[in-house]
Design a protein around this ligand. Sequence first.
Ligand code: FRU
Length: 518
Amino acid sequence: QSYTERYRPQYHYTPAKNWMNDPNGLIYHNGQYHLYYQYNPSGDVWGNMSWGHAISNDLTYWEEQQVALSAFDAPAGPLSEFYFSGSAVSDDIHSSGLGNSTRTPLVAAYTSYYPNDVTLPNNQTVRGGTQAQSIAYSTDDGLTWTEYAGNPVLPLPPSPYEDQWRDFRDPFIFWHEQGHHWVMVVSLPQLHKLLIYTSKNLTQWEHVSEFGPANAVGGVWECPNLFPLPLDGKKSNIKWVLMMGINPGGLAFTGSSATQYIVGSFDGKTFTADADSAYDPSSGKANWLDYGPDYYAAATYNGLGNFERVAITWMNDWAYATIIPTFPWRSAMTIPRKLTLEKIDGQPRLLSTPHSNLQSLKHGPPLYSKHWDSIPTGSVTLPVSGKVLDITLTFSSGKSSKHLGLGVRTNGMNNGTIIGYDFTTTQMFVNRNASSDASSFSSLFPGVYYAPLHSKDGTIKLRILLDWSSVEVFGGRGESTITAQIFPSDANTGISLFSNGDAKDVRIKVESVSSAWD
Ligand code: FRU
């Protein structure tokens, strides 16, 4: 199937039609990568929340599946329950007793949102507006799901937080090897607290600790993830990363959604932040996983090898998500990104790099590559163009360097998205003020986004992934990224190079990326 509608991403996942938000239940199982996601089966704005589903063998080519959990099929009647965000594990040790004993069940944990007062088939009564944690299982490798009859497994937040029953969501579950138990991290969004539970069987959960508030608290905390990574690749130095969405309160613009993380340790029950990763919330400091406007509800895969982490993130922002000018689908996912932990500028930082399987969409030699010893002030249109590209630009500072960068999706020297580096502030940036034909849909859409980027040896590297309606920019080793949607005019496919002050040793490589739908 090929998709050619205006703005349709060519190698970023989108459902054929309708609304999508957060990635859910990311799990690698039996050689397949599952991507579930918040989905409205019958509309292109948020509503009727269900779990859509896609499968990939390589994180690159995706095939959309039937809806996995549909609000129209809720046990207590159509739309009596919405399936909010959550996660999934493979119950290899059959701890849950769910399903039959021959097939390994996949178990998903998610938030049940009950819009109205309801009596469930198991006779539990629920107040309208409740958010509670539930589980479902699949014994056909993730294609169809059955709700656990005892749902919800966590009907209310624990004491003393019972009054948060309307805001209690987004369970992230995983197996803790040393503790030999399951762990669930679930958010109390309004309180900026994450609650940690443990379980032996995925159905009965014990509340064991909490974390927060810390760092950015300008909006609600949603969609937590918690996972181990070796620092600087050293298996002897395992750190734990706690990651969460904050909406609004991101840094891209007032009102934006973003993703932050905190590095620390986890003993199976309690997360303890490292002193140099947690700040007083009043300081306004945070560790951002991405500095752009369109990076929210990041989720990571369960079921990969030890210490392997791959994230997929909703490439949109709640500030304007429901009115972006795409049809008949709305919202795309980022490309899958590998996450690693390295000391950068003296501090453990989460690095993101495009998953290497993206290479399979690149064929033949680069469309264009060039090296200049130096580039004086000015701008030129390069003899290359395109809408689906992987561009690498490296350079170092000359005597009076101020800016260096590229315009993509330009029309001559006009319009386009400007991606570059500011030597005076040591920041990379994306300027989408003139990126879009259709930017009038929201006054919050235009903007310039900055991310810190320092170089040890004087060389700056930017890798730019361009698709029909997005740019993802990876700076340096991936310590800074900026993700932004763009809605350019179809005719604008040019690429320009601009310099303010002298830049040295400038190299560019432009590679074409083929469609993942073919
Ligand atoms: C985050 C979020 C989650 C919730 C889901 C509902 O974008 O608000 O907290 O589970 O969306 O669709």
